[in-house]
Design a protein. Structure first.
Length: 87
């Protein structure tokens, strides 16, 4: 689970929150319960099995080719998002 929050997001949500009220930050409060659940259940499982990253988990669970495909798709998606936010 990855959360990409930048300064632009914080400023835009602050503006929306000022205009509309508390509901602008509701999405972060919804994610909080999933983060607590992951920290309580998922994180100890990862550490006890010796897995320290999502790509490492992908390799152990599905194989090296799936790890490479997932890494390539993640990098392409981040490049596309970076180009969209810069433009």
């Amino acid at each position: 689970m990855t959360v990409l929050i930048g300064a632009q997001d914080i400023v835009s949500y602050s503006q929306t929150g000022c205009e509309a009220g508390f509901a602008a930050y509701q999405m972060y409060l919804d994610d909080l319960r999933w983060a607590i659940l992951f920290l309580a259940i998922g994180l100890p499982i990862f550490f006890l099995s010796g897995i320290y990253s999502v790509p490492e988990y992908m390799e152990r669970r599905y194989g090296k080719s799936t790890r490479m495909a997932s890494s390539i798709m993640t990098h392409l998606a981040s490049l596309m998002l970076q180009n969209i936010s810069v433009a």
